[in-house]
Structure formats: C-alpha cells, structure tokens
Write a protein that binds this ligand. Structure first.
Ligand SMILES: Cc1ncc(COP(=O)(O)O)c(C=O)c1O
Length: 554
C-alpha cells in the first residue's frame, strides 16, 4: 500500500514536471513561430554572424564592373565618377575642407561617412567623392553651405523639421525671451511648464507628462515605468523597429552586447505575435514605432545596404490601423502596457500624432524631436496608474528616474511656443490638407519619373519618403551623389529616407522634382543603371553571398 502511495506521489510529480516542461516547450515554440525568419528577427544569431562578415573592397576594374559590364560601360562609369568627384570638390571646396579637418576628431562623422554606401565600394569611392557635413544657414526649405551653395533640405534634421527651419528659429527666439528672466535654473519649473503639460495631456489624451532630454531617454523611461507598474520583465518590440540606441532595443547590429534576454523581438503584423502576447504572463509592454508601417519587419532603408534594386516600401493605412487595434485589444486583456513611440512621427501625421492618425489610444506615448521647438527633448505621456513612480504601501519600492536637464526652461519655452503655434489657423490648415497634398505630390513625381522613362519611383508615409529602384543594379546607391550635385541635401542614409517639411510650397516641390529628375538622368547617362542580360536582385545577392564566403574562407 505504502509502495502504491509512493508510486502515486511519484506519478504526480512526474506528471507535474511533464506538464511544466510541455508548457515551456509550447511557449518556446510559439515564441519561435512569432519571430521574423530574417536575421533581424534573430538578433543573437545576427550578432554572431556579424563577426563572420569579412571586410573587403572592390578594387580597380572590379569597382566599375562588378556586374561584368563591358569595357565601354566601365569607361563611361570611370569618367563619370571622376567628373562627379571633381564637380563636388570644385563647388563644395570650403565645406569639404572643414569636414575633412573635423572628421578625424568626430567619431560620429567618421561613422556616417563610412556607412553611406555598401562597404565594398567605400574605399575607391572615397578616393574620388566626398560630401561635406557643415552648413552655414537655413531659410525656407533651403540649406546654404560654407561655399554659398543652396540645397533643398530633405534631411528633415532626423525628423525634427516638421514645419520648416524658420518656424523653429522663431520658437527658439520667442521661447528664450519667454524664460530669459529665469534663465537656466534647473530642478524646479518655469510657469510655462504648466501650460505645456496641460496642452500635452489634451493632445495625448493622458493625465501625466514626464520630461526627458532625448527620445532614447523617453523610451527608456516608458519601458521602465511599464516594468515597474506591471511587475513584469519582458518587453516586446518588433523586428527592425528603431526606438533609440540603448542596449535593450537596438534593432540590429550596432550593439556591443548581445540583446538582453528580456527583449522579445517579434514579427510585426502577424497572428503568431498576438498568440504570444495572449499566452504569456511575463510581458510588461509592447513597443510600437509607427514608421514601420512603411516597411514592417524591415530595417529603415539606407543606401549602405542598397546592394541591389530590391528595396521595398508600401504603406497600407487600413492594414496597419487594423494591426494596431488588434494589439490594443490583446494588451488591454492581458494587462500589457502598450507604448506608442511617436518620437519620430508625433506631430508629423496629425496634431494628435499617430494616436489620432491611426485612431488608437496607447497606454504610454513617447514624443521627442520636433516637440522641443528645435531644442532637445523627450516626453512620456501616460495615465496616473502607469506613470506613478512610487507605492505608498511600499515606500522603498520606487522607480527612480531623474535627469539634470529635464524640463530645462529654454526647452520648455521653445516647446510652449511650438504647442501654441499648433493651434493657429495656418498650422491647422496644413494638417487638414496633409494627406491630400503629399499623396498628390508623390503621385506627381512618380508620374514625371515615368514620363521621363527613369527607372525609379518614390513611396512613403505622408512626408517621409523612400526612393525605390526598378533596375537590379549594383550601383543604385550612386544616386545620392548625383542628388547632392544637383543641390538636394539628404541625410547620411541617402535615398533611403527623404523627409520633407510641411512648409514646402508647390514651387519648392517643383524645384525639388526638377533637380531629382536631372540627377536621375545623369545617373542613367553615366551607365550606373546598365545591367547585364538576365540580371535580377536575387542573382546580385547570391553573387555577394558567394563573394563573402570566398573572402571568408580563402
Ligand atoms: C521612434 C524613435 N524612437 C526613439 C528615437 C530616439 O530619439 P533620440 O535620437 O532623440 O534619442 C528615435 C530617433 O530617431 C525614433 O525615431
């Protein structure tokens, strides 16, 4: 009898362990199924593989004919590169000289000039072509460099520039005047802070606001309070989505440490992700960057990864809205904090930001960039139940987050002017006509490109566009240099992202189109879009893979 009882106890223990093990296996399986099959969805693997990618450069002829172009095409390209380099050096002499002088002492500058093009092309390219990194002046949609060249600004100042640089100059000037009697006193507030908070609460539909110094910090804080409030550890963010440069959310290579095991990188717009959210009990928050609606599960397009013509982008507002609503529903049911990271898109899509544009309410919203009226800022908005950083019943259990420059009076002043300006008739009209205006402009440019027989088009979300290439060429990334020569200023990611400010008039936009088309014609004439018979994007990628393997193991 005793033996039998013991056996039953043993049986129960074994059964319990088996059930536990099975549930772990199922959980693990569900997690694997919710990962994007790309390397971006498997960051630990991606991290390992980065160490295996060999550094090498195309030399001499190979550089000009990596696609096995015939000799006359190689010659055309060679002559064109020399001419392009000479033109840029002649016209941008002072700007380039200062950039070259500063570069050895600014790691950021070294980094971005290193990653403007696919790395195999960098060495030879840099012997001929350089781009400056200094500006002297901004006005309207124009930037003027140290040589007096005027370029159309689609850099977007990393997204800060929503309303045009003059608008921010005015915010900073009026904001500084507003707070100048107080000066840079920190730790308490200038009275305009109350007005800022009230306006932000109204815009975000939340009860509280916390101030930080950058978008990265705002997202860090949002995640921190979400963990504190829920008592759970894991954060879910989506493949390739950018949320600042801190370790837990680094979207791809670029982080010296492997991504934390508390970060789950899941597949955006996928039912398997919803299943993980539904079935797990340890998820504190879900982070969404709505710019990913343009290219779910893919990294933001840059010219440094433009090895072929396979860049894709397509914004489907209805599908993305639907996805956000599903996320909202599951997060509400499971007590997961839904964080909408509007650092980039906030105030660019609508006055009420992405929440208004997509018709959802997040639990926490982060803003930054443009909201500082031209000065550095990060903001978290949320309701009291998520934002409170202490428990009265456990006084030592706190969520500490301070920052010396939080709510700096000059930033608050500029923000106050920014927020008040949003109410003006002029800005309201801009917002009202936003989608119609920019969809029409996108269609217009695409129509002109097509009429001119040029193998490229643009696509995007409102005023954030990317250039798409019809030709499976290994040299599409060259376009950024032609655009610079024609007087279009792009950020370091090149044609991957063009960010327009809303103050573009029809005349400004026409000037942009003319320059863009001219640059593309030169690019075509210089044979960068020549391709061998039967060339496809797939073949280019396969060739590159073999080339890397050869380099790795030769
Ligand atoms: C969506 C999003 N979140 C966070 C950040 C980080 O903001 P910051 O560069 O101000 O730290 C960015 C920056 O581009 C962003 O686009």
């Amino acid at each position: 009898m005793t033996e039998l009882i013991l056996t039953s106890v043993q049986y129960c223990v074994i059964a319990a362990i088996s059930i536990w093990l099975l549930s772990k296996i199922i959980q693990r399986l569900q997690l694997s199924l919710a990962k994007n099959p790309s390397l971006g969805g498997h960051l630990r693997w991606a991290k390992r593989i980065t160490k295996w990618i060999p550094g090498y450069s195309y030399k001499d002829q190979d550089w000009y004919r990596i696609d096995h172009a015939p000799e006359h095409i190689e010659q055309t390209r060679r002559t064109a590169l020399l001419a392009l380099g000479e033109d840029l050096h002649r016209h941008y002499a002072k700007t380039l000289a200062l950039s070259q002088q500063a570069k050895p002492m600014i790691p950021d500058l070294q980094f971005i000039s290193h990653y403007r093009v696919p790395y195999q092309f960098r060495e030879v390219l840099q012997q001929h072509v350089a781009l400056g990194s200094f500006w002297r002046q901004s006005d309207g949609v124009w930037l003027t460099d140290l040589d007096g060249n005027r370029l159309i600004d689609v850099t977007g100042s990393y997204g800060v520039n929503v309303f045009g640089q003059d608008f921010y100059k005015a915010c900073i000037a009026a904001g500084s005047q507003l707070v100048q009697e107080l000066g840079p006193v920190l730790g308490s507030y200038h009275p305009c802070v109350l007005d800022n908070i009230q306006r932000l609460c109204k815009i975000s539909g939340k009860e509280q606001v916390s101030f930080h110094m950058s978008g990265t910090e705002a997202v860090m804080q949002a995640v921190r309070v979400a963990r504190y409030t829920t008592g759970k550890n894991k954060i879910v963010r989506f493949t390739a989505a950018y949320h600042g440069w801190w370790d837990d959310v680094q979207p791809g290579p670029g982080n010296p440490m492997p991504p934390s095991k508390h970060t789950l990188t899941l597949r955006e717009m996928h039912a398997n992700t919803l299943r993980v959210l539904r079935n797990r009990k340890d998820i504190a928050c879900v982070l969404i960057n709505p710019i990913q609606a343009m290219h779910p599960n893919q990294a933001a397009p840059t010219d440094s990864t433009l090895v072929d013509g396979g860049r894709r982008a397509h914004f489907d507002r209805e599908a993305y809205t639907n996805w956000l609503k599903q996320l909202r529903e599951v997060c509400t049911k499971k007590g997961i904090v839904l964080i909408l990271d509007e650092v980039f898109l906030g105030f660019r899509l609508a006055q009420g930001g992405a929440q208004e544009y997509f018709g959802i309410q997040a639990d926490l919203v982060t803003y930054g960039k443009t909201l500082g009226g031209g000065l550095p800022i990060g903001i978290v908005c949320g309701n009291t139940n998520v934002m409170t950083r202490f428990h009265n019943e456990h006084p030592a259990d706190i969520c500490f987050a301070r920052g010396t420059f939080n709510a700096h009076p000059y930033v608050m002043g500029a923000m106050n002017v920014f927020l008040r300006q949003l109410e003006t008739q002029e800005i309201q009209t801009l917002y009202r006509d936003l989608d119609t205006t920019w969809s029409a402009r996108q269609a217009l440019l695409n129509q002109r490109l097509s009429l001119e027989g040029l193998p490229l088009k643009v696509n995007g979300l409102s005023t954030v566009w990317t250039v798409l290439f019809d030709t499976p060429s290994c040299y599409n990334w060259m376009l950024q240099f032609y655009l610079r020569r024609e007087g279009i200023a792009l950020s370091w990611v090149g044609t991957g992202r063009m960010i327009f400010s809303l103050n573009f008039s029809d005349e400004d936009f026409d000037a942009f189109c003319q320059r863009f088309i001219r640059a593309a014609h030169h690019m075509a004439k210089d044979a960068w879009w020549w391709t061998p018979e039967g060339q496809t994007n797939k073949l280019i990628r396969r060739r590159m893979l073999l080339e890397m393997l050869r380099q790795r193991f030769h």
